[in-house]
Structure formats: structure tokens, C-alpha cells
Design a protein around this ligand. Structure first.
Ligand code: NDP
Ligand code: PMR
Length: 399
């Protein structure tokens, strides 16, 4: 799909060259990035290789180009067993966009109780109400991923609620494309990586025990990834490209003082920080799979839900971007997906008995059929996944 869109875009859509008048080229350009010649160069070289890059790793994430009905291969989890109770799913960032739509889709089935793990209780309550989610199908619990204390507090509160944990969905994210300077989490990590990756990393590590204890026939841990973190796609080649480098900034704590605020040690770039955080999300999912799937039977998965161009994710972008981005994705790239449809997709990864396979990065084709997609070389690099894991556990106080 990305390659089809590439030709479509190159013939039907030309981007005006950057104006140089503003101090921040990011602020003045149509789509918020300075890209014209740079992008063309990227597309004609390594970025748009037709031959897919193969991962060094044995087996976990395999490429398939056609839609597939995935056979159940999970030995440990008795997924065929009759479900006697509602499943309990924690969804971070369920107060808007994909998280809210997923909560709605799952709650509507009557088979799931959704824990909406949100930083703004009132906003989440209003969102649940206006989405029409029935009161008995959800509980809102406070979680601010930009504070590791809050993550630990959430885990305590959740345990005190006495509810089992059957599925954990790490969905929340921030995207700060126009920020000129980094901002930081409570512990002083750059905000995008701190929230999207480190907050979720601690949450996932702590809640792994709870997932293991669940007696539900289906136990899953899902981390939302994205196409823009994958440099084996057209979207992933729009500058600035994701690149974790040798992780020197991450190892230094991303504090912008004695270390860079960027994972690769480079100058701060909010759009890149987001894409880097998505690479961390996808690497983390695979590292969980390698470390825990066989022993626990838990299914670990990531996904690209499609381009949900209308969500709050773009709230920090310039107004013109927010106006033009949805029609651009709808009519030019054809990558657009509605919030409702994206919610159904993620709900499918949560609950569809045929999506049991662990270690998979799910995507959907134009007929909205799911398929196992291939991650970029960096996002499937086993060595990098292990290093990101090891550095992250130090940063969040687990090692
Ligand atoms: P939204 O902005 O609509 O939703 C993001 C959610 O994350 C909001 O509920 C927000 O809370 C929450 N959040 C942000 N910061 C924190 C925090 N510190 N603690 C707790 N919650 C927080 O964006 P989307 O629905 O688009 O994004 C959802 C996921 O989908 C993200 O992981 C994103 O990377 C991914 N994605 C999105 C795509 C798209 O095209 N939109 C494409 C590919 C992936 P609040 O409401 O309080 O702000
Ligand atoms: Mg992209 C098939 C082409 C495709 C797809 C599926 C996306 C998805 N984008 C595509 C192509 C392009 N985008 C092209 C050719 C351009 C240059 C005009 C372009 C630009 C662009 C910008 C400036 N796109 C963006 C931005 C953002 O700020 C968004 C972003 O990178 O957020 C991190 C974004 C996105 N494009 C997507 C998707 C899914 C996003 C947003 C969200 C995300 O990855 O989470």
C-alpha cells in the first residue's frame, strides 16, 4: 500500500519548496516539515527499496504481503476455553481518539470491562459519556504516564480494585512537532519518549505479573506502533526519520543537561522524538515476546491502525496542517482511517480469537483485512531491542 501511495503521491501531489522567512521552518511549511529535495533524495535511495529488509532475528515477526487469517499457535494460553466472565482490559489514553474508539468498540460487545487509564479524569468521563459507553462497562482510573510515581500509583490502585488484568493496551501518546525546545516528564526525561515509551515500559513491566495471574482464556499485551517509525515505508521516510543511533542520549537519561534530549544524542526535534518513541514501542513489544511469550503464553503484539488524521494527536501542529492533513490522507495517500474504524481494528487485536499469534506487528489492507506487516530493519533489530530494554529498565528504576 505504501508503495502504491508513493507513486500516487509523486504524480498527484507536489510540495512547494520551503520558505526561508521564518525562524522555524517547521512552523511555516504546509505539512510542518522541511522536506522537498531532502525527501526526494530519501525516496530514491535506501528509503523506498522495493526489496524489503530482512530482520536478523529468527522468526518472531515475519512478513506477509497478503491478508491472512492467522492460525492460533499459542500453546500456553487455552484460548478455546469457554469464557465465563467479562474480560478486563486496561487502555491507556482512552479519553480520545483511538483509545476512546477502542474502549467503545469493546464495551459495546458486552464482553469487556474497560479500565480507561487517563490523566484527565473529567475529560475521560465526558468522553465515555458522549461516546455512549454504558456505565457498567467502564471504570476510569488516573494514570499520568509522564510521571513514574503516577504509573506505580496506578498499578497499586488497579490491584486494590480487585479486578483481574486480561489485556493491557499501551495506546496513549504525545506528539510535539512544533516544539523548539524539549519539555520533560516528572523524572526529567524528554516528554515524548518519556511518556510514549518509558511510562509504558514501566507500566508494562509492573503489570506483567497481573497478566500472568489472569485465568482468562485470552491474555494479551498490545503496544500501539506506527508506520512513521518504520523507515521501510514511504511515510517513514518523511523527514525527520526515526533513528535511535547508538542510544547514547537514552543512556544519558534524555535530560537535555548532561545528555541530549534525543535517544540518538542529536539536537532536539519533536517530530523525530515521537517517531523514535514509536520505534521503542515496537522494539519493546518484540523483546517482551522473546522474553516472556513461551513461558507465559501471553500474546504480545503491536500495530499500525491506519492514519487517523482527525485525532487529538495533532493538537500541537499548526492549524493549516490540521485542516489539510485529513483530506491529504483521504484523497492522496488513501491511508486515512476514521476513529471508529481504527477502534474496531485495535479491538480486533484485543479480542479476535484468530489474532493469537505473538510477536506480530499488525496492519490492515484497503479492504480492512488484517495482515502481519514487516517492521523496518531498525524496528526489528534484536540487539537494539535488548539494549533499549536494558537501558530503559535502569531509567525507570527496575535495574
Ligand atoms: P489522541 O491525542 O487522540 O490520544 C492520545 C491519548 O493519550 C489521549 O487520551 C491523551 O490524554 C493520552 N495521553 C497523552 N499524554 C498522556 C499522559 N502523560 N498520561 C496519560 N495519558 C496521556 O491521539 P491518537 O488517538 O491518534 O493516538 C493514540 C495512539 O495511536 C498513539 O499511540 C499514537 O502514536 C498512535 N497512532 C496514531 C495515529 C494517527 O494517525 N492518529 C497513527 C498511528 C499510530 P488527554 O486526552 O488527556 O490528552
Ligand atoms: Mg504522512 C502512504 C503514504 C503516507 C501515509 C500512510 C502516512 C501516514 N503519510 C504518508 C505520506 C506522507 N506524509 C507524505 C508523502 C508526506 C509529505 C507531504 C507526509 C507528511 C506528513 C507529515 C508532515 N505525514 C505526517 C506528518 C505528520 O506530522 C504526521 C506524523 O509524522 O506524526 C508523527 C504524519 C503521518 N503520516 C502518516 C501517519 C499515520 C502520520 C501520523 C501519525 C503517526 O505516525 O502516529
Amino acid at each position: 500500500m505504501a508503495l502504491q501511495a508513493a507513486s500516487l503521491v509523486s504524480s498527484a501531489f507536489t510540495i512547494p519548496k520551503e520558505g526561508k522567512s521564518s525562524a522555524s521552518s517547521k512552523d511555516s511549511s504546509l505539512f510542518g516539515v522541511s522536506f522537498s529535495d531532502h525527501l526526494k533524495a530519501d525516496f530514491s535511495s535506501s528509503g523506498l527499496r522495493c526489496k524489503r529488509e530482512f530482520s536478523h532475528r529468527a522468526g518472531a515477526v515475519r512478513a506477509q504481503t497478503a491478508a491472512t487469517t492467522t492460525p492460533a499457535v499459542n500453546k500456553a494460553a487455552p484460548e478455546g476455553k469457554k469464557t465465563l466472565r467479562k474480560g478486563c482490559v486496561v487502555i491507556t489514553g482512552a479519553s480520545s481518539g483511538l483509545g476512546l474508539a477502542t474502549a467503545k468498540a469493546l464495551a459495546e460487545t458486552g464482553k469487556w470491562h474497560v479500565i480507561m487509564a487517563c490523566r484527565d479524569f473529567l475529560k475521560a468521563e465526558r468522553a465515555a459519556k458522549s461516546a455512549g459507553i454504558a456505565k457498567e462497562n467502564y471504570t476510569i482510573m488516573h494514570l499520568d504516564l509522564a510521571s513514574l510515581d503516577s504509573v506505580r500509583q496506578f498499578v497499586d490502585n488497579f490491584r486494590r480494585s480487585g479486578r483481574p488484568l486480561d489485556v493491557l493496551v499501551c495506546n496513549a501518546a504525545v506528539y510535539l512537532p512544533t516544539a523548539k525546545e524539549p519539555t520533560f516528564t516528572a523524572e526529567g526525561f524528554e516528554l515524548s519518549v518519556g511518556t510514549n515509551h518509558l511510562g509504558h515500559f514501566l507500566l508494562s513491566r509492573l503489570l506483567l505479573d497481573d497478566l500472568q495471574k489472569s485465568d482468562y482464556p485470552l491474555r494479551r499485551h498490545i503496544i500501539v506502533g506506527s508506520i512513521t517509525g518504520n523507515t521501510n515505508t514511504l511515510a517513514g521516510n518523511v523527514p525527520p526519520k526515526a533513528n535511535l543511533g547508538d542510544l547514547r542520549g537514552l543512556a544519558g537519561g534524555l535530560n537535555g543537561l548532561n545528555s541530549s534530549a534525543m535517544i540518538d544524542g542529536g539536537d532536539f526535534d519533536g517530530a523525530k522524538a515521537y517517531k523514535d518513541s514509536k520505534v521503542c514501542n515496537m522494539l519493546t513489544m518484540q523483546e517482551f515476546h522473546r522474553r516472556y511469550h513461551e513461558d507465559t503464553g501471553i500474546t504480545f503484539a503491536s500495530l499500525y491502525p491506519g492514519c487517523i488524521a482527525t485525532t487529538g494527536l495533532f493538537r500541537e501542529h499548526i492549524p493549516l496542517f490540521r485542516i489539510l492533513f485529513p483530506p491529504f490522507q483521504k484523497y492522496i495517500t488513501k491511508g486515512f482511517v476514521s476513529e471508529d474504524e481504527s477502534g474496531k481494528r485495535l479491538a480486533q487485536v484485543v479480542s479476535d480469537p484468530s489474532l493469537t499469534k505473538s510477536g506480530v506487528y499488525w496492519s490492515w489492507n484497503k479492504d480492512s483485512a488484517s495482515f502481519e506487516n514487516q517492521l523496518s530493519q531498525e524496528a526489528s533489530d534484536t540487539d537494539k531491542a535488548r539494549k533499549v530494554w536494558e537501558v530503559s529498565e535502569k531509567l525507570v528504576g527496575l535495574a
